[in-house]
Design a protein around this ligand. Structure first.
Ligand code: UFG
Length: 322
């Protein structure tokens, strides 16, 4: 059985929907930001907190867990700057509790959701896994701390792990059942689509004076189902002994500026956006684009859905919940 911690959240619930096709799955989630209805009904659901040893003991004592996939974290850069305690407590301390209970129950396979925010402001156009990791906010810092803890646990306790550094997850499941639903929403693509559905008056572009061709920030958008499939390939590589300790970027390898994303949303939806320029948002690097060559070579995985498909799937989802 595979334990998915945070399986009610945006990325976790998409992973669970894919994983239940081939595995028995138990989800542990405290529903602080996730939605119980997002969890595929083929998975067992346990409501509980990964920072609470008793909740973890209840799961590890009841189910034959052979691997853990960990999605339960806070992930807003701006929030982490004003409330670092929340990020170090939920993302680092709680993960340590999870790892402690895993070691106690001799569960040694771990997939960890990390982030492009571990790189800080990169000095290269295309970021590879050996680019320097110099986070510029507590969110990125908290994820890097766990990465370092995992390396020490691998050395000392024979933990086997794969760290997956996501770039910008977006899009919705082809099932039409789940999609991106944050409250409040801060991410670019859902904000644009909510505006195009008439749910927001305008779109603010946070800065058009960056050193990029059109002045707006460039990101590498990856479909959430592509992300889910990468997790499954990573899990297999642990269970079949191919991987012991690995770190991979997950992105498309293509950068799109904020303006280009807005243009693509207009094209996909056939609607016109009301766009206003605004100040830069604190903590935004100008450009974050992945090299995903390493994961392709090691696991044969690569992203299959381009920006147009990502937006089309998100648009179908947003229309369905309108
Ligand atoms: N943006 C706007 N207007 C908006 C919202 C966003 O201009 O209303 C801009 C942002 O300034 C940024 C880009 O759109 O330049 C993308 O912003 P998102 O908030 O969608 O995503 P981020 O790049 O800030 O962050 C996301 C995840 C992080 C992760 C990061 C990795 O939320 O957890 O991707 O690249 F670390």
């Amino acid at each position: 059985m595979i334990l998915v911690v945070g399986g009610a959240g945006y990325i976790g619930s998409h992973l669970v929907e894919e994983l239940v096709k081939t595995n028995e799955v138990v989800v542990l989630d405290n529903l602080s930001t996730g939605h119980q209805r997002a969890i595929d009904t083929r998975a067992v659901f346990v409501k509980g907190d990964l920072g609470n040893e008793a909740d973890l003991e209840a799961v590890f004592g009841s189910y034959p867990i052979k691997a853990v996939m960990h999605f339960a974290a806070n992930s807003l850069v701006g929030e982490s700057v004003v409330d670092p305690l929340k990020y170090y407590e939920n993302n680092v301390a709680s993960t340590l509790t999870l790892l402690k209970v895993m070691m106690k129950y001799d569960v040694k396979n771990f997939i960890f959701s990390s982030t492009a925010a571990t790189y800080g402001i990169p000095d290269v156009d295309i970021i590879s896994e050996d680019s320097p990791t110099v986070p510029i906010n507590p969110y990125g810092q908290s994820k890097l701390m766990v990465e370092n803890i995992l390396a020490d646990f691998a050395h000392a306790y024979d933990l086997r792990y794969v760290v997956l550094r996501y770039f910008n997850a977006a899009g919705a499941s082809a099932s039409g059942r789940i999609g991106e639903m944050h409250d409040p929403e801060t991410h670019l693509i859902p904000i644009i689509l909510q505006h195009l559905l008439g749910q927001r008056e305008q779109i603010s572009v946070f800065g058009d004076d960056y050193e990029t061709p059109d002045g707006t920030c460039i990101r590498d958008y990856i479909h959430v189902t592509d992300l889910a499939n990468a997790h499954i390939a990573a899990l297999e590589s642990l269970l079949n002994g191919q991987n012991k300790a690995a770190t991979y970027n997950l992105g498309n390898g293509l950068g799109y500026s904020v303006k280009e994303v807005i243009d693509m949303c207009e094209k996909v939806t056939g609607r016109k956006a009301n766009v206003v320029m605004a100040d830069r948002r604190a903590g935004d690097p100008a450009r974050l684009v992945a090299s995903a060559d390493k994961v392709h070579e090691a696991l044969g995985w690569k992203a299959e859905r381009d920006l147009e498909k990502i937006i089309a799937s998100a648009w179908a989802w947003h229309q369905s919940i309108e």
